[in-house]
Design a protein around this ligand. Structure first.
Ligand code: 6R9
Length: 668
């Protein structure tokens, strides 16, 4: 029977971890027919209409030059893009601006000083509203404090913080004085901090005593103490008091934020820097080896962060209450908590804690309390809410919501539909936004007032962005084909390099397909030309010569009523090259029987075709995830192949792997 899979007619080619897979299109399996038109009232008043695509197509650089005018420049740029030395781009190179001024001061000058910038909600229930005028004072004081500590233009500052307003203030203070921040996820180990501080050669680390997680204070400073003891570059550690827990103190090095920052003047004149002034470094772990310090600069980055936040969320700063549930330590927090929303003068919610503290309705209670209108979260969270049950969000008033966003992984169609129905009241459009740390801002996404959406597809490159899908020989695939996602033109918020390693920047992103940026994701185009993301190419499975996407098999599993979450990997197999091994979290009531396992295998076979039927289905209680909620399939592959586990330092909770291993029948 035909199951929609291509076959290269040869035995399975060797497939090693990290290889770019084979010479055949990625599988194109899942059929999704549901469609949702944009709500008429939203479409009628949308910030961006279909015309934007036309305008950007006719004159891409002119389009971006126009978007750059959303910002306030001390010197307006006359050049848009300098691509004379690819892949090293310069955007708006002769323009000068101050990023913090754009995110804070200009809103106060425009008469919006009383508008709330941040509604902070602490996990224990404490809350704080910070207006733009107050934010300006706080950022100015922190900028003065950093200057006093000897930090200046071109220096690096590491930030290791919980989700509290001081984190955004610290980032903006760095931007204000031209220092680059390097935010390290609060929760990474001392070793991970040390590597990042050392690589960036940071002078100062900003941290806190701790933050609240799962109902108790969780310490942060001890990890910084240990990390800093191993590196030479750090002169000072500035410590915010959040939990009041006891901390070790080094008199020569440590300073309390409330002592040093609070006594500063709230006056600080922002200096204008060139558009290509480094704004931040953010490390991505990559699959192997040393973390890559992704470098972003100022003018182009802020232009695209602000434009996409305006266009994709249809933000109306006077009336919307926006909430992005990401951690600031992830790029999503940089672009869509700090820079995009604040550049646009948004009012937003910032929440410190976890979604199940003190109860599983916490997110919905927050939506109700603040009247959140735009919610941006991740598929991992949505699947968790599905697992907890429809009755939990149903207890809260979610009628204020009008746009829902998703980011971080492909969203399974079933999770998409659940999100729309149970959170969005069947009325809110969902924007599934594809982008990366490296792209700096959203690249592929529906527009809420324009696009007829399809569950599971990020659909179309945003205005001004050029993306496509190519085969192994860099040829664009026709509609209906699959292959590799590439970006074919430079974009304003693109990474400028890997910090300290230009060659690695070229090798990693620009060498696979000449003249194109290789994103590392598999993708397909449907018959309408819309893009579907299929997961990381490193994770693609090769079974008897067929390339099979992890995403599609996982989505098929999640579409079964007994499965809450699934992660599939290809494990070495003597007969088929790789065999599909599925790890599944069953829904509350589901009984873990041999019959159910057989039913799940058959369900995948029936949905996608027999070749995609998992060889093994292993029920587990948890899946290994990064702090941004991505499943770490390589660790599951290690389990499935009976290997010692690789690097677990970027896991949220490393005990998950012990749990999985002890639960499994011998994995041979
Ligand atoms: C923003 C962010 C980037 C990788 C990316 C892709 C996956 C993110 C996605 C998505 C499908 C989406 N990804 N958004 N896949 N649909 N809407 O997540 O950055 O942490 O660097 O990860 O995440 O695989 O290549 P980052």
């Amino acid at each position: 029977m035909s199951c929609g899979l291509g076959h290269n007619g040869r035995p399975a080619t060797k497939h090693r971890k990290g290889d770019v897979v084979s010479n055949e299109s990625l599988a194109n399996l899942l059929k999704e027919e549901r469609r949702f038109a944009p709500p008429a009232d939203l479409a009628a008043n949308a910030n961006v209409t279909a015309e934007a695509y036309e305008q950007a197509k006719a004159d891409r650089l002119g389009f971006w030059a126009e978007q750059a005018r959303r910002l306030s420049w001390a010197t307006e740029p006359t050049e848009t893009l300098d691509w004379s030395n690819p892949p090293f781009a310069k955007w708006f190179a002769d323009g000068r601006l101050n990023v913090a001024y754009n995110c804070v001061d200009r809103h106060v000058e425009a008469g919006h000083g009383d508008r709330v910038a941040i509604h902070f909600e602490g996990e224990p229930g404490d809350s704080r509203a910070i207006t733009y005028a107050e934010l300006k004072d706080e950022v100015s004081k922190a900028a003065n404090a950093l200057t006093e500590l000897g930090v200046g233009k071109g220096d690096r500052v590491a930030v290791y913080m919980p989700m509290i307003p001081e984190t955004a203030i610290a980032m903006l203070a760095c931007a204000r004085i031209g220092a680059a921040h390097s935010v390290v996820f609060g929760g990474f180990s001392a070793d991970a901090i040390a590597k990042r501080v050392e690589d960036a050669d940071a002078k100062v680390v900003i941290t806190s005593d701790g933050g609240y997680r799962r109902g108790k204070p969780s310490a942060l400073k001890p990890a910084v103490d240990e990390a800093v003891s191993r590196v030479d570059s750090v002169d000072h550690v500035l410590v915010v008091r959040r939990t009041g827990q006891e901390v070790a103190w080094n008199e020569d090095r440590d300073l309390w934020w409330h002592e040093v920052v609070e006594r500063q003047s709230a006056e600080h004149t922002p200096e204008a820097f060139e558009a290509e002034q480094p704004l931040f470094i953010l490390y991505t772990s990559g699959t192997t080896g040393k973390p890559k310090g992704i470098l972003h600069t100022s003018g182009g980055y802020l232009t695209q962060a602000a434009y996409t936040h305006h266009a994709v969320f249809d933000l109306k700063p006077e009336t919307d209450v926006y909430w992005c549930t990401a951690d600031v330590g992830w790029v999503t927090g940089h672009s869509y908590i700090v820079y995009g929303p604040l550049a646009n003068g948004a009012t937003q919610v910032m929440y410190e804690g976890t979604p199940d503290t003190p109860h599983q309705g916490r997110f919905w209670e927050i939506v109700q309390k603040y009247g959140v209108t735009i919610l941006y979260t991740a598929p991992t969270a949505i699947r968790t809410f599905m697992k907890w049950g429809d009755e939990i969000p149903a207890k809260f008033d979610l009628s204020s919501l009008r746009v829902l966003g998703s980011v971080g992984e492909p969203i399974n169609p079933e999770a998409w539909v659940w999100y729309r129905k149970n959170i969005g009241g069947d009325r809110c459009p969902i924007v599934d936004t594809w982008w990366q740390t490296e792209t700096g801002a959203m690249m592929i996404s529906p527009l809420p007032g324009v696009t007829e959406t399809k569950p599971g597809s990020a659909q179309r490159a945003l205005p001004g962005i050029s993306a496509t899908v190519v085969d192994d020989e860099a040829r664009e695939v026709p509609d209906g084909g699959g292959g590799y996602l590439v970006l074919t033109e430079p974009w304003p918020s693109m990474l400028r390099t890997i910090w300290g390693d230009d060659q690695r920047f070229i090798d990693t992103y620009w060498s696979r397909f000449e003249g194109k940026y290789f994103a590392g994701d598999g993708a397909k185009k449907d018959e309408d030309g819309d893009v579907w993301l299929l997961g990381r190419v490193d994770d693609v499975m090769l079974v008897s010569g067929h390339n099979i996407s992890t995403t599609e098999v996982e989505s098929a599993l999640v579409s079964h009523p007994s499965v809450a979450e699934a992660a599939v990997v290809g494990a070495a197999d003597e007969t088929t090259g790789q065999a599909i091994v599925a790890f599944v979290i069953l829904r509350g009531a589901a009984d873990q029987s041999d019959e159910l396992i057989a039913e799940l295998r058959n369900h995948v076979g029936a949905t996608l075709g027999p070749i995609a039927k998992p060889k093994r289905v292993l029920p587990v209680a948890e899946l290994p995830k990064t702090r941004s909620g991505k499943i770490m399939r390589r660790l599951l592959r290690d389990v499935a192949e009976n290997r010692e586990l690789g690097d677990v330092t970027t896991l949220t909770d490393s005990s998950v792997m012990d749990l999985i291993q002890t639960q499994l029948p011998s994995a041979s």
